[in-house]
Write a protein that binds this ligand. Structure first.
Ligand code: NDP
Ligand code: MG
Length: 400
């Protein structure tokens, strides 16, 4: 077993401040939290590139504030909106299309790539950053689910550093500091809020609406991850993410439901000690930790006051009402191509649910059926990963 702690180059090889940052997914929820942190600490960062997807207007607003020399959008429509909304006298170099993100991720002069595109679209840019030896703030968990083995070996070769932005994995990362001996770890415990439907029976979930599923009790996030949280697929993807980040088998990564989202995860050592990370649930905290690592900086979030929080509670996840967590664990155990199928089926099913084409419980059913149909294939290269991803999406789109 190897952890990223033992995989890192010496801390001295982390970039000096001010650090030059490219944010992929700048127009999203993680992008907004990252820009809040960077705005508060302008002396520590240079914003070199901001990349959005389809929302050119929002990207133009962000660029007007932070004035990066490079920007990127996905579509021609977004390019038009972007250009129409730029302030006079400022014209960054604009890249357009899917290749823009890999180009920015590997660009000379960029120290940190914040990988915060949603979904499988984040895989190639994250891999490009890994191959280019960047310091990567990784929010895009889907890229590890698709090809954690490929990203890991790219990091080994280039000396790239992956710092986990996902709050649970950031908590684990902090709990693992200074304990580089793999045999001392007995298990990792990921906390899960349980989402908006915690406590509901499997039958009662069939008719839930889009709005109900999007209403996360503790975190404000993009639509896809909010639905993943409601199905517990988010926790399933996070179990796989943790296995890749910390080089552990799935049997050593546990999940406990903790509705208050105050404890963000725990590391258990062989002596029985459990080290927990606590804090107000706000993504600025793990983002600041990654962007500034190993330095700690002030972040504008309310301080945690345990006396006024009162009680913290814990329960087992209900795998009957929320089968996605079980499907993800099984997919990781089944081998590297099954998680690719799991992820592709989930993305198509979540889109279909958000568009009103399938019901909430059809999401897990669609993923389960795709995994049942799948016979393990070779996914040792990025091309084979992406080909399988494309095939699965096509088949499921036809069947929905
Ligand atoms: P959002 O939906 O809020 O933002 C997604 C971002 O990705 C937007 O900037 C969007 O651009 C961009 N984007 C979408 N599709 C593409 C594409 N095909 N090519 C390029 N860019 C694209 O998502 P979140 O910020 O919530 O989540 C981002 C990632 O971070 C996800 O992987 C999620 O699992 C992870 N994460 C999020 C957390 C959170 O609290 N939000 C917590 C932990 C992890 P546009 O809107 O302009 O189209
Ligand atoms: Mg998380």
């Amino acid at each position: 077993m190897k952890t990223y702690i033992s995989l890192w180059p010496a801390a001295a090889s982390l970039p000096e401040f001010p650090r030059s940052v490219a944010i992929l997914g700048a127009t999203g929820s993680i992008g907004a939290s990252a820009l809040k942190v960077m705005d508060r600490h302008r002396d520590l960062f240079t914003v070199t590139a901001l990349a959005g997807g389809r929302n050119g207007t929002r990207l133009a607003e962000l660029c007007a504030t932070f004035r990066p020399p490079f920007a990127a959008v996905l579509t021609d429509a977004a390019r038009r909106d972007f250009l129409a909304n730029l302030p006079a006298g400022y014209s960054p170099t604009l890249l357009v299309g899917p290749e823009a993100y890999t180009e920015l991720a590997a660009m000379d002069g960029v120290d940190i790539v914040l990988s915060s595109i949603v979904g499988a679209a984040g895989f190639e840019p994250t891999l490009a950053a890994a191959r280019a030896g960047k310091m990567i703030g990784l929010a895009n968990k889907e890229s590890l689910v698709l090809g954690g083995h490929i990203i890991r070996s790219a990091c080994h070769e280039s000396g790239a550093v992956v710092l986990p932005v996902d709050s649970e994995h950031n908590a684990l990362f902090q709990g693992l500091q200074g304990h580089g001996r793999d045999e001392e770890i007995s298990r990792l415990i990921l906390t899960a809020s349980g989402g908006p439907f915690r406590g509901r029976s499997a039958q009662s979930l069939a008719g839930v609406t889009r709005a109900q599923a999007l209403a996360h009790p503790n975190w404000s996030m993009g639509a896809k991850i909010s639905i993943d949280s409601a199905t517990l697929m988010n926790k399933g993807l996070e179990v796989i993410e943790a296995c890749h980040l910390y080089g552990l088998p799935v049997s050593m990564v546990h999940v406990v439901v903790h509705p208050q989202s105050i404890i963000h995860s725990l590391v258990e050592y062989v002596d029985g000690s459990q080290l927990a990370h606590l804090g107000t649930p706000d993504m600025q905290v793990p983002i600041a930790h990654c962007l500034c690592f190993p330095r700690r900086v002030e972040v504008d979030v309310p301080r945690l006051d345990l006396a006024s929080t009162g009680s913290l509670t814990f329960e087992e996840p209900d795998l009957e009402a929320f089968p996605c967590l079980r499907l993800a664990r099984e997919a990781f155990d089944a081998g590297p191509s099954h998680p690719v199928v799991l992820n592709a089926a989930n993305e198509v099913a979540v889109d279909a649910f958000l568009d009103g084409r399938i019901g909430f419980t059809d999401i897990a059913a669609t993923i389960g059926a795709a995994l049942d149909r799948h016979a393990a294939t070779d996914v040792s290269t990025p091309e084979t990963v992406l080909e399988l991803d494309r095939e699965v999406r096509e088949k499921i789109r036809h069947s929905i």
